[in-house]
Write a protein that binds this ligand. Structure first.
Ligand SMILES: C[S@@+](CC[C@H](N)C(=O)[O-])C[C@H]1O[C@@H](n2cnc3c(N)ncnc32)[C@H](O)[C@@H]1O
Length: 387
């Protein structure tokens, strides 16, 4: 029999207020229009990239013909299919389900000018110039990205530095907002620990530590047992450099797809918080992964999950390339309801259903669906383990 321990009264208001304070200097009302502007350039870039190999002069083409003419790598075929869908939805391509025709003509000059127009457009919106520069680099390299001649990592970590990733995950207003919400939820959890007992945190896919910075900052005056994990040693080294000086931090490799989740790293039923920002969509099975998270949480513990709830063209023409599996390996959603759909991101409703079915009760989220930042579609979900 399950006993409800949901004691999250007030948490929703508290995290939304803290998140709003973190972006008080930003003209958030302008963000939806700014996102639309970037998406329009992303769509132009896709249309430009698909004109390679003499396609679309006249007649129609199947997806296979387009893949052959653009020399799309097999592992990126799913991205090509998403582009065809996005362009059709935007009215820039016409398809009957099996063939495509009438692709909007976009020349290199039009794309260059549209991309240039984005420079400076994020001013006052808390959107770093490094992020715009990264998107411009991605858009102009789309043919090579499709062919797998270059990796998006090389564009993201230009000169081997994490500056752009910092811009993407730490410094822009959207992440400032959700990370402040996560930090407030962490404070809420700390207030519920016995005096002097450490707040026990596992962070999954911690990466450049955008969320870590805020969550650890919110826990500055309490002891912590903070396990910073990632699937890549590059980020563990970066994490050690950035956070290793704080007492109670540990660093470990952890794959969100491992079963059992966290084996050998943390004990089941011990975590007050599991933090997972912009990573859980990578799960082969979101259900198995969330059940793994639930098992690691102490009763009443919170999962703080940040994720994108809508597929924006600007992501499809940049970060999405990070999500293509190596040849022969399963991709995101390969073993759950997303299988065969080429979808990576879950909608808000799908997240809430997946959390519930894993035994995690959604108790708070930010932004709400009526907030201007919802246009960016990055959302923090706080979900609580029941007894
Ligand atoms: C988009 S980044 C987000 C980084 C960070 N959480 C943030 O929001 O600032 C995704 C991170 O998840 C990690 N990652 C990807 N697949 C993973 C997996 N299966 N298990 C654990 N981490 C994974 C990547 O190495 C990367 O650091």
């Amino acid at each position: 029999m399950s006993v409800s321990v949901t004691v999250a009264d007030g948490l929703n208001d508290r995290i939304r207020a803290a998140a709003d304070r973190a972006v008080a200097d930003v003209a958030v009302d302008r963000l939806p229009g700014f996102m639309r502007d970037i998406d329009e350039v992303a769509l132009l870039a896709m249309a430009w990239a698909l004109r390679g190999g003499g396609l679309f002069r006249d007649g129609s083409h199947t997806e296979s013909e387009i893949a052959a003419a653009t020399r799309t790598a097999d592992r990126h075929r799913w991205i090509l299919r998403r582009w065809l869908g996005a362009l059709s939805k935007a009215g820039m391509l016409w398809g009957d389900g099996s063939t495509f025709t009438r692709l909007r003509t976009v020349g290199r000059r039009e794309l260059r000018e549209a991309a240039r127009g984005l420079a400076g457009s994020g001013d006052g919106l808390g959107y770093p110039a490094s992020m715009i520069a990264f998107l411009q680099r991605s858009f102009s390299h789309l043919p090579a990205l499709l062919r797998d001649d270059i990796g998006v990592q090389a564009l993201l970590f230009a000169d081997g530095e994490a500056d752009t990733a910092d811009g993407a995950y730490r410094e822009n207003s959207v992440n400032r907002y959700v990370n402040a919400a996560a930090a407030e939820a962490a404070r809420w959890a700390a207030e519920r620990r016995p005096a002097g007992a450490p707040v026990r945190v596992l962070e999954v896919g911690a990466g450049v530590g955008g969320t870590t910075t805020d969550v650890l900052g919110a826990l500055a005056d309490v002891p912590v047992d903070y396990v910073f994990t990632d699937v890549s040693t590059y980020f563990l080294d970066l994490g050690r450099e950035r956070f290793g000086g704080r007492a109670g931090t540990r660093f470990a490799l952890l794959d969100a797809n491992a079963a059992p989740l966290g084996g050998g790293v943390v004990d089941p039923g011990t975590r007050d918080l599991v933090v997972a920002a912009n990573v859980l969509h990578n799960a082969h099975s979101i259900d198995a992964c969330l059940r793994g998270v639930r098992d690691l949480l102490a009763p009443g513990g919170l999962l703080l999950c940040v994720d994108t709830c809508r597929e924006l063209p600007q992501i499809l023409a940049s970060m999405q390339f990070l999500m293509s599996p190596r040849e022969g390996r399963p991709g995101p959603g390969a073993h759950d309801f997303r299988a065969g759909t080429d979808r990576v991101f879950l909608s808000r409703t799908e997240w809430e259903a997946a959390l519930r079915s894993a035994g995690l009760t959604p108790v708070a989220s930010a932004p709400g669906p009526d907030h201007p930042l919802d246009a960016v579609s990055v959302t923090l979900f706080a979900a609580q383990r029941q007894v």
